[in-house]
Write a protein that binds this ligand. Sequence first.
Ligand code: ADP
Length: 170
Amino acid sequence: MIEVQKGDITKIKVDAIVNAANTSLLGGGGVDGAIHRAGGNEILEDCRKIILKQGGCKVGEAVITTAGKLPAKYVIHTVGPVWNSGMKNEEIKLKNCYLNSLNLAAENNCKTIAFPSISTGIYRFPKDKAATIAVETIKDFLKEDEIIEKIILVSFDDENYRIIKLALDK
Ligand code: ADP
């Protein structure tokens, strides 16, 4: 089941929320900053352990940490592509963000997951294209998967909320 919600992803009580992180995993602006601020230092401590082990996170890949003080159990950090006129495989990279996050969630027995609209903020991915990729990738995944029960697509603003709803109703 896929649901669209407007609001702040840090407030949502699900098994895992997804963070639109950057390759350093050390926090940044946008949703990344909001998650680290609200979740507290434990999230950053877990990120540091991952950095020691594998030196950050590549574009399209995902890692999992505690959610610290957030109502969720885990944060799945994935690194979206920076939009560059669509010439650098951005669409495939964005699809991989969703796929790798979903796989990691299922591996950790997460039944409910909330996603922000990855790459559509500071990374400037066109919102309609991003919404189509998110919805199609998640729908295809859910056809095969037996663990995940509910996915919430969280949009921070009215425009994105409308765009995601449209993509879902297609
Ligand atoms: P990126 O660098 O991947 O573009 P951003 O954090 O800048 O990441 O933006 C990704 C999306 O997350 C944007 O659509 C932005 O409006 C949204 N966003 C920002 N803060 C929050 C929040 N607290 N909860 C949910 N979505 C958020």
